[in-house]
Design a protein around this ligand. Structure first.
Ligand SMILES: [Zn+2]
Ligand SMILES: [Zn+2]
Length: 138
């Protein structure tokens, strides 16, 4: 098990992650594009109890997922950095934005999801598994 730290652009939000991600995906969904202002977000699924906030409290913007369940997008209220997403239909996992880690050298994208709304200027390795929407459950 590894421990890593991360935070937002201004430093008001700081977190510690005490587990390796169970999955890392490039998410091409329209909401991630809007929230990050770019082609996709790299999301790391981690056990919810492995994330602790050392400083600051992120704000929440709630949307409704395709499941009909809430999706809580947590971000820094001062600088706007997206930090993590709590997809309520997926219990026990939080999805950290990979770019908020202080050291991103260990982040390896394992799949591309929501390819149905992929930007044509987003290029990732051809070998990655590609899914039109959410990854299959289980
Ligand atoms: Zn901030
Ligand atoms: Zn997304």
């Amino acid at each position: 098990m590894s421990s890593s730290t991360g935070g937002c652009l201004c430093g008001a939000i700081r977190y510690t992650l005490n587990a390796d991600p169970v999955m890392v995906a490039a998410c091409h969904c329209k909401d991630c594009q809007k929230q990050t202002g770019t082609a996709y977000s790299v999301v790391m699924g981690v056990p919810a109890d492995a994330v602790s906030f050392d400083s600051g409290t992120p704000k929440t913007y709630q949307t409704t997922g395709t499941s009909g369940m809430p999706v809580d997008r947590k971000f820094c209220g001062d600088c706007g950095s997206p930090i993590l997403t709590d997809v309520k239909v997926i219990e026990g996992l939080l999805f950290i934005k990979g770019g908020t880690l202080d050291d991103t050298s260990s982040v390896e994208v394992g799949a591309e999801i929501w390819c149905d709304s992929k930007a044509q200027w987003a290029t990732l390795p051809e070998s990655l598994p590609k899914m039109p929407g959410n990854p299959p459950a289980g």
